[in-house]
Design a protein around this ligand. Structure first.
Ligand code: NIG
Ligand code: FE
Length: 420
């Protein structure tokens, strides 16, 4: 048994009452000054004020002490939406978008997601693993301790299974907790361009059963968008995934209002993601069904679009989470501090609301809240020491890394570049 004492900390943690925080509770963050936390074998045993804790702890039984010098300590970030398993960057496409070509026009012309599909199909599993590890370890340096990664650059059974196997190997090879999502419905591959319904049939009859047998993915996600998958196709795919035991997610109303947020509510999806163009009526439906809004402000930044209406969602009672969307096309960042800053400055979240969004609500959106997302006894000791006095430092000290130390299951991570 190893016991560690984290002391002289100013803890900020969302309050976990057994569900994601919504409405007036979105920013329900406990602040505990002069705090101490006792860790036993990587799990939080107790957390409280230092004088209270020290009176009952026998210091002879502490293996290691960490003095936080009064700085702000928060739960490790949970990034619940990434596509960081990819083989090649798309910098030239970024250049085209800056000159005015739209994201969906690039996809229509066989670029975008489809160019990533060509790269992933050509790359060996080992090569893909190397590239994905690099992204995941970069995220860890920026304070992400739990991560979701989607497949969706294979678009045939063999390559989707290869991607999911890589995602599982990232889980085993790094200290991160990694949750895998199957996203074979990320685009219609070139070979089915003339018969998209046949691809939907392939997803339902072959791919979903194969992914289920493989046993790695927990969720199934669909890109419900004009020119990609319609609401009816998305409903068919997600219903099949639900019957096969997957949790449901939807890339909903990212560019156009398709009514996909309403579909997420109808299917009781755990989350609807993006929502830049979601209608108010469907936001209200999401509040009723308890569907979490996973917002990706880095994508609005990178696509130069208006941000999701986070304040309306919070006012309607929808629990809000935030994520990077890390991918080589619509948003290339693995930095949760960057996304945190955008949420506060451009979506109007308070720092406390953004903290809940980046930790506890994010953990609920990928089924990990029993283990991570807040500093509560029984959960893993995943936490960050920030170079500041409150979570606001993440928005205030912009464009740099205000994360001074990253701890995963009580272990301090080496956050220097090019080290593993
Ligand atoms: O979340 N919208 C679809 N999928 C990703 C982008 C993937 C890509 O461009 O490679 C997104 O924006
Ligand atoms: Fe995405």
């Amino acid at each position: 048994m190893i016991r560690k004492l984290i002391r002289n900390a100013h803890f900020f943690t969302p309050v976990d009452n057994g569900g994601p925080l919504a409405g007036n509770f979105q920013g329900r963050v406990a602040s505990l000054e002069h705090g101490a936390m006792l860790i036993r074998d990587g799990l939080i045993e107790r957390i409280g004020t230092e004088p209270d804790m020290l009176t009952d702890i026998d210091s002879g039984r502490i293996d290691e002490e960490v003095d936080c010098m009064g700085k702000c300590v928060i739960p490790g970030f949970v990034d619940p939406h990434t596509h960081m398993c990819f083989a090649a960057r798309r910098e030239a496409e970024f250049g085209l978008r800056l000159k005015g070509t739209s994201y969906l026009d690039i996809l229509k012309a066989g670029g975008g997601i489809l160019s990533s599909v060509n790269a992933v199909r050509k790359t060996s599993e080992e090569g893909l693993l190397e590239a994905t590890l690099e992204n995941a370890l970069s995220a860890l340096r920026f304070g992400t301790t739990t991560l979701e990664i989607k497949s969706g650059y294979g678009l045939n059974t063999e390559t989707e299974l290869k991607m999911l196997s890589v995602i599982d190997r990232v889980r085993r090879l790094t200290p991160l907790d990694v949750v895998a999502t199957f996203m074979g419905a990320h685009a219609v591959p070139e070979e089915y361009r003339k018969a998209p319904e046949d691809y939907v049939d392939l997803l339902i009859n072959e791919m979903i059963p194969a992914v289920s047998r493989q046993g790695i993915a927990r969720y199934c996600d669909v890109f419900c968008e004009a020119g990609v998958f319609s609401v009816n196709q998305s409903r068919r795919i997600l219903s099949a995934a639900h019957s096969a035991g997957f949790g449901l997610k939807i890339h909903a109303d990212e560019v156009h209002d398709m009514g996909a947020a309403g579909l997420a509510a109808e299917l009781r999806a755990v989350s609807a993601e993006h929502l830049l163009a979601a209608s108010h009526a469907n936001i209200v439906c999401m509040a009723k069904s308890g569907t979490i809004a996973v917002l990706l402000p880095g994508t609005a930044y990178s696509l130069q679009k208006p941000y999701a209406r986070a304040r309306d969602m919070i006012a309607a009672g929808v629990p809000v989470a935030i994520a990077t969307d890390c991918n080589p096309g619509s948003c290339f960042t693995e930095s949760m501090p960057f996304v945190f800053g955008l949420s506060v400055m451009n979506m109007g979240l308070t720092p406390e609301e953004a903290l809940t969004a980046a930790t506890l609500n994010a953990a609920y959106s990928i089924g990990m809240a029993d283990r991570v997302g807040s500093l509560d006894p029984g959960k893993q000791a995943d936490f960050l020491i920030l170079d500041g006095g409150s979570p606001a430092i993440l928005a205030y000290h912009a464009g740099v890394l205000p994360v001074e130390a990253v701890f995963k299951k009580g272990e301090r991570m080496n956050t220097k570049r090019n080290t593993r």
